[in-house]
Design a protein around this ligand. Sequence first.
Ligand code: FES
Length: 81
Amino acid sequence: MRVISVCVGSSCHLKGSYDIIRIFKELLNKYNLENEWELKAEFCCNNCRNPVSVKIDGSNPYSVSPDDAEAFFREKILEAK
Ligand code: FES
């Protein structure tokens, strides 16, 4: 199972972590990927000066804002299949 993790540390939280989690959850459901991808919350990974930190399979953090979350999902999750 692959893993997307979204930082919910205080700085990322203020920048919309929970909106991103909600958007990813909806998209995983929409594309029937819930059995392939696990969505996790994680704590600060020292990338706080950027938008919300999102990791794919423990990668270095990508910086994603709620407005970019759907485009990020398409690029990294749908098109990476
Ligand atoms: S709070 Fe998310 S990287 Fe620090």
